[in-house]
Design a protein around this ligand. Structure first.
Ligand SMILES: [Zn+2]
Length: 248
């Protein structure tokens, strides 16, 4: 069976997020070198009031730091403001795989602007953190889907499984609106292989379109049992990571 595509969504960095407890970007570069993960989506937090230009300059620096591994990282924003859209709903948006960061020179201020900017800059619209937006039921999702006409992906699980019931509710919500499901690391110190999106397509975008992602979650601690993870992945047909296990 040929190796499947593996991507990690929703990863934080020490330099770009707060509190600054996440691993530095250089550690993620080291990991991607070892793990042969196809793509890692960095999504550091931003506030509307924050100067997004500063974040973009950090991302530019990251690109230089990643060197030949540059194309295996994508950069996006986790916009964590409480967005009071016209009808007072709480929404968090995660713009992933944004290809034209230059369009983000001016901070967006409304939900509509955020969605438009993510799409315009070649990004993928994701609703992260089930606990945040489910708190007011599904009004935020309904607004984005029905009023604004977008088809965002929903992060239905992430590596910090603090509230499993909310992950369950997020899955139900994705099914209700027939939205693609994605799995997030939301990683601060978690290793990349703690939460993987595995799919046959060659990009997350295509996999979301086909809603074809198989998740892999591991509660293992950093650097301890990668071999075990790799063996399990072998059962998924993930030859790439299994190859790694031979030399580590
Ligand atoms: Zn996050």
């Amino acid at each position: 069976m040929p190796g499947k595509h593996i991507e990690v969504s929703h990863v934080h960095t020490k330099e770009g997020t707060y509190p600054p407890i996440a691993l530095p970007f250089s550690k993620r570069v080291e990991e991607i070198k070892r793990l042969k993960i196809d793509k890692v989506h960095i999504a550091d937090k931003v506030h509307f009031k924050e100067n997004i230009k500063k974040k973009i300059s950090i991302y530019e620096r990251f690109r230089g730091e990643a060197g030949e591994y540059k194309s295996r990282f994508s950069f996006g924003f986790e916009i964590i403001d409480v967005l009071f859209a016209p009808e007072n709903r709480y929404v968090e948006i995660y713009g992933c795989d944004i290809q034209d960061l230059g369009l983000w020179k001016k901070c967006p201020h409304a939900l509509e602007e955020v969605c438009e900017l993510i799409e315009k800059s070649g990004g993928i619209l994701i609703l992260p953190h089930p606990y945040a937006w489910i708190s007011v039921r599904d009004s935020g999702t309904r607004y984005i889907v029905k009023k604004l006409g977008y088809r965002p992906a929903i992060e239905i699980n992430y590596s910090m499984r603090v509230f499993p019931v909310l992950n369950f509710m997020a899955r139900k919500l994705a099914e209700k609106y027939d939205l693609p499901k994605v799995y997030g690391l939301d990683g601060f110190e978690e290793p990349l292989y703690a939460a993987l999106n595995i799919f046959p397509e060659s990009s997350l975008r295509d996999a979301l379109r086909n809603n074809s992602i198989t998740p892999y979650f591991s509660s293992v601690k950093p650097g301890v049992t990668f071999k075990r993870v790799a063996r399990t992945l072998h059962d998924f047909g993930c030859a790439k990571l299994t190859g790694f296990s031979k030399s580590h």
